[in-house]
Ligand binder design. Sequence first.
Ligand SMILES: [Zn+2]
Length: 143
Amino acid sequence: MPERRARRPTAAKRRERGRRLAKRVLDFLRHGKDWRIFYCNLSQKSQVGRLLDYDGDLLGTVFFRPRIILADYRYDVLATVVHECLHALHQYTRELTIQAMERDVMKTMTPDEAVELHMLMAKRLGTAAEFQARLTEMLNEAL
Ligand SMILES: [Zn+2]
């Protein structure tokens, strides 16, 4: 009888992927050059001006130049930052795959990794004034 190939990754494979990606996300936040994280209320469209085509349920986003991750602080910023880091690491991977990767990471992350993730995020968080400065920089480059 021919072997039947699984169409979806098995639970074991997804655990493995979660573990591997969790380490990569932590590495990215340890060493990712110049990346900054800013918290914002993404329902206030004016805050991010014309940069975002806001669709009403955005929890975060990533800009590659300058290197910015935005996370809406009203929601789960840990999962949002993991999600946006995965976008930064896999620039051409489609949204649904990134969402699956995020779920795998969040399911398999250890408590110590979550602690380190919080600490690394804290080091990269910027104030609203810094965010404004980076936005200005980004807008000037776009002109
Ligand atoms: Zn996404």
